[in-house]
Design a protein around this ligand. Structure first.
Ligand code: NAI
Length: 341
């Protein structure tokens, strides 16, 4: 079952037996946008996570039904649905982790940046409420364009006097999930053994998988294969958008990725050592103020930004330089929006 898979995943990291559902500390997780395409399966997966004691499902519509449905599952988390802005405060109060998949998804022909005008406003209002009701929560930003919504969140929290750079994460886990899947398929190695860091940002060429650092390493891949894998990882979202033909973007694989990342945050908060995931965070790894790289998670959110790893191939170095102007512009666009609105 997924539950036992999550448990096994937990058991794989040391000390995890300390956090069986009996002794795990109380942890409240709120999902904002919980009735959406990502929100619903993410609510399901978080309900299956034994580290969650309270699950608050918030949306502008539809959450009573999702909460009633998910709430019947016989796992630890107590589920409550909240609908409409007047219930947002209650949804957020006491949250340890807030996951934000609220907003509109892409349709064919759209880039993530085309979502900016709608989602920037949604993210701004939700983050204003977070600053008020749960200022010390860890925030997992899923809403696109992540390259801009994370900077928007940082500015909103600064305005509210609550910004803690260790607690704001852009969720790029789906890029890692895709890189692992595509690499394992191409290199013909067991996917369970594969890890691939993905750095940069979360849109098009700003997504930079570091296949030169892939484990389980394969010597069988030619440079053309690596280029094709890189392109497929960068265009993975578009592959789904086109296959869904107007019905939205990745939801199921995103919910999986979001659940993995939130689980890592919860483990970090609970003091489980050596929890490392890639995420788009405030960073001094490059000259850009935000950058995605491996991050070690701890009791206060980011424990350490781990950076680019041992070395990059020439192809990756070129990719890194090429992504910087676009990523810089997206970050600046987010900051400008937050300052002007
Ligand atoms: P969806 O349209 O199915 O669901 C979005 C939900 O947000 C809806 O239920 C809607 O009612 C809700 N919502 C809208 N305004 C809200 C507000 N002010 N407060 C609370 N909820 C609000 O969209 P889907 O497919 O779930 O995608 C959500 C977001 O996630 C999009 O921005 C999409 O681009 C992004 N995404 C991010 C990925 C990543 O890797 N970070 C991957 C895939 C999607």
């Amino acid at each position: 079952s997924i539950e036992s898979a999550l448990r096994r995943r937990g058991a794989a990291s040391s000390n995890c037996r300390l956090f069986s559902s009996d002794s795990a500390p109380e942890r409240k997780v709120a999902i904002l946008g919980a009735a959406g395409g990502i929100g619903q399966p993410l609510a399901l997966l978080m309900k299956l996570n034994p580290l969650v004691s309270n699950l608050a499902l918030y949306d502008i519509a539809g959450t009573p039904g999702v909460a009633a449905d998910v709430g019947h599952i016989n796992t630890r988390a107590q589920v409550a649905g909240y609908v409409g802005e007047e219930q947002l405060g209650k949804a957020l109060e006491g949250s340890d982790v807030v996951i934000i998949p609220a907003g509109v998804p892409r349709k064919p022909g759209m880039t993530r940046d085309d979502l900016f005008n709608i989602n920037a406003g949604i993210v701004k209002s939700l983050c204003t409420a977070i600053a008020k009701y749960c200022p010390s929560a860890v925030v997992n930003m899923i809403s696109n364009p992540v390259n801009s919504t994370v900077p928007i969140a940082s500015e909103v929290f600064k305005k509210g006097g609550t910004y803690d750079e260790k607690k704001l994460f852009g969720v790029t886990t789906l890029d890692v999930v895709r890189a692992k899947t595509f690499y394992a398929g191409k290199a013909k190695v067991p996917v369970a053994d594969v890890n691939v860091p993905v750095v940069g940002g979360h849109a098009g060429i700003t997504i930079l998988p570091l296949f030169s650092q892939a484990t389980h390493a394969s010597n069988d891949l030619a440079s053309e294969d690596i280029k094709a894998l890189t392109k497929r990882t960068q265009d993975g979202g578009t592959e789904v958008v086109e296959a869904k033909a107007g019905k939205g973007s990745a939801t199921l694989s995103m919910a999986y990725a979001g659940a993995i990342f939130a689980d890592a945050c919860l483990k970090g908060l609970n003091g489980v050592p050596d929890i490392v995931e890639c995420s788009f965070v405030q960073s001094s790894i490059t000259e850009l103020p935000f950058f995605s790289s491996k991050v070690r998670l701890g009791k206060n959110g980011v424990d350490q930004v781990l950076g680019l790893g041992p070395s990059l191939s020439d192809y990756e170095k070129e990719g890194l330089e090429n992504l910087k102007p676009e990523l810089k512009a997206s970050i600046e666009k987010g900051i400008k929006f937050a300052k002007d609105n």
